[in-house]
Design a protein around this ligand. Structure first.
Ligand SMILES: Nc1ncnc2c1ncn2[C@@H]1O[C@H](COP(=O)(O)OP(=O)(O)OP(=O)(O)O)[C@@H](O)[C@H]1O
Ligand SMILES: [Mg+2]
Length: 308
């Protein structure tokens, strides 16, 4: 096993008495794509800022590329690419100049930066926007530019805090494709998300985080296998009747969850569960059978939905 590029041991961040990160332990291997999946307020951004060596920890141990961020912040930061949760592009500068000026912060020479900026604009599919103002870009384009900018120093690790939040499905897919290419090139990716499909698409391995603690860890497939059934039947009886129907359907499938708008029946075969629901005399207004997802894992572990 190669040495991990990130090692966190009982990592803690407190704001006064409140522990935003409450004892996280995890390791990230070189070339791995590692995710932190959790709802709003879980402590994802707080963790990313400590890993990015821009926020000091309150307790525990943290090693980034074998260095302690408390004592080696600049060395660590020079080897990271950071995509913060909110884009912080320089609106005064044109698109291509954002890349060059950012590279200058790292002390990189123009002779390196000019061709690098063109390479990154191509990677981000922004070649024809090189001279545009940042404000004239769409949300997805701004996100791609932020990712391109984070790559200017050829980072060994990319930290991506909610890379696609707020984007429409098409823009998300374009971004996923770019991130997938980085992964194929061997860049270590650490990303946070509260989208289970994003975690399933991009992460080799992930931790499910809630209230600053790890609820589960594994590959997307192993988490689903361990914490959910193969399939889920979603049935709707109308918001006034869902709870009552769920009570009567107890025993159908392995487990039942009631959400405000629907009832989830966890079962190996969703179709067989639906047949049983009908046999019991229930006529759902709508029914849908799907495979279990990380959303179901999260619901099982915390009793709450990922997106509130
Ligand atoms: N500077 C701060 N001072 C006090 N509390 C903070 C500070 N930053 C974050 N917190 C609190 O720490 C908790 C974790 O915040 P954090 O931003 O890490 O969550 P998150 O998982 O990134 O959530 P989101 O999905 O909404 O981005 C929250 O309860 C938040 O209010
Ligand atoms: Mg956050």
């Amino acid at each position: 096993m190669p040495a991990p590029v990130i090692t966190a041991v009982d990592l803690v961040k407190k704001y006064k008495d409140f522990a935003a990160v409450d004892g996280l332990s995890f390791e990230v291997a070189p070339g791995e794509s590692f995710g932190l999946l959790g709802p709003n307020g879980a402590g994802k951004s707080t963790t990313m800022r400590m890993v990015g060596a821009v926020s000091t920890r309150t307790g525990g141990g943290l090693g980034i590329l074998g260095l302690d961020p408390n004592t080696h912040g600049p060395e660590i930061r020079s080897q990271l690419g950071v995509v913060p949760q909110a884009d912080n592009l320089d609106a005064e500068l044109r698109v291509r100049d954002n890349l060059i000026v950012y590279g200058r912060y790292f002390g990189l020479p123009y002779s390196y930066l000019r061709p690098k900026a063109d390479e990154l604009l191509a990677f981000a599919q922004l070649e024809d926007k090189a001279k545009s103002r940042v404000d004239d870009l769409s949300g997805g384009m701004k996100r791609r530019l932020t990712i391109a900018r984070a790559l200017v120093n050829n980072p060994r690790i990319m930290l991506l805090d909610e890379p696609t939040t707020g984007l429409d499905p098409q823009a998300r897919h374009v971004l996923w494709d770019r991130l997938f290419r980085l992964k194929e090139q061997g860049t270590t990716l650490v990303l946070t998300t509260h989208y289970m499909d994003e975690a399933e698409q991009l992460c080799d391995r992930l931790i499910v985080v809630d209230k600053g603690r790890i609820m589960a860890e594994g590959t997307p497939a192993s988490l689903i296998r361990e914490h959910s059934s193969r399939e889920v039947l979603e049935v709707r009886f109308g918001s006034a009747r869902n709870a009552e129907a769920a009570e009567a359907l107890k025993g159908v499938g392995d487990r039942i969850e009631v959400l405000p708008d629907r009832v989830l029946v966890y079962a190996h075969s969703g179709e067989a569960a639906l047949a049983r629901v009908t046999e019991l005399g229930f006529e759902p207004m709508t029914s849908l059978v799907r495979r279990s997802s990380l959303e179901d894992v999260f619901l099982r572990l915390t009793g709450r939905s990922l997106i509130d």
